[in-house]
Design a protein around this ligand. Structure first.
Ligand code: FE2
Length: 283
């Protein structure tokens, strides 16, 4: 998670892999090799490897960044539901060489922080290298907002989370849970069953709404369920699911399911809620 501040004026270029930003809070102008793009709350912004970019926040920002090390993001296989699921490719937005972009052309000395093999080098250009006057091709920064995602659902079948896959990385997927009707058939499973992920570490980032299978979770929180550890809905959600009181979920959450065992940084350890395990206790 990054908190962007106004002082971050240098450019960055990540040569280690594609980056995916999910804007949890805030609004900004993003300037990159491909032009200018306005980004806002709820946007996914995919930045291809080695793109030079910087962000100019209009307000404090809270951003989830998912680096796809040594690989490129792709879209999932849509199978029999076709290419227009789960969003129409026509909604994908790309940067433009517009007036705002031209206004930042400059001969001022500009630093680019380049990350390769986990190390950052600084290269100073005697001008601003974000000076393209045009581009063509199919490689670009791409933006899509969760509001453009039209979730798959069935009234009888609780679709597995993989049905909500939005991006595929190397050894992991990024899924988006967006508001959708809850299964209405009396025999249908309405909340996820209790499970231990046999193969995947599971990370959920809670963006907005009422998180239907979890109590004690607020927007901006992350849960981490490593492979092999059993978990499932909290007691209140389990009961509500059985009674079919709630007809619709209004949650927005980003899930990262990864085949690689995740490591915890010291920063993550400092903010860990060690009481999380007790959140399943009935009150
Ligand atoms: Fe799970």
């Amino acid at each position: 998670m990054w908190k962007f501040d106004k002082e971050m004026s240098h450019l960055v270029r990540n040569a280690d892999g594609d980056e995916l930003l999910f804007i949890h809070q805030g609004k900004a102008d993003l300037f990159c090799d491909y032009g200018h793009l306005e980004v806002t709350e709820g946007d996914y912004v995919m930045i291809p490897r080695s793109t030079t970019w910087r962000i100019e926040p209009h307000e404090p920002m809270f951003v989830l960044m998912i680096e796809n090390t040594d690989a490129a993001y792709t879209l999932p296989d849509k199978g029999m539901v076709g290419n227009h699921a789960i969003f129409d490719p026509a909604v994908l937005d790309v940067p433009k060489i517009d007036e705002a972009f031209k206004a930042q052309y400059s001969e001022q000395s500009t630093q680019v922080h380049i990350k390769r093999h986990g190390e950052v080098s600084v290269v100073t250009y005697p001008f601003n290298p974000l000076d393209a006057i045009g581009w063509h091709g199919d490689l670009s920064v791409v933006r899509v907002n969760w509001r453009d995602i039209r979730p798959l659902m069935s009234h009888r079948y609780h679709l597995p989370p993989s049905a909500h896959t939005t991006f595929v990385g190397q050894g992991f997927v990024v899924c988006t849970f967006v508001p959708r009707p809850i299964e209405s058939d009396p025999g249908a499973l309405k909340v996820p069953f209790y499970h231990s992920n046999d193969d995947y570490d599971e990370v959920l980032f809670y963006h907005a709404g009422d998180f239907f299978s979890r109590d004690n979770i607020e927007a901006g929180m992350v849960t981490f369920h490593p492979a092999g550890f059993a978990h499932g809905p909290h007691p209140k959600a389990f009961k509500a699911g059985q009674e079919y009181k709630k007809k619709f979920t209004d949650e927005v959450a980003v899930m990262i399911d990864t085949r690689h065992a995740l490591e915890f940084s010291d920063e993550a350890k400092q903010v860990e809620n060690q009481q999380y395990i007790y959140s399943w206790q009935e009150k």
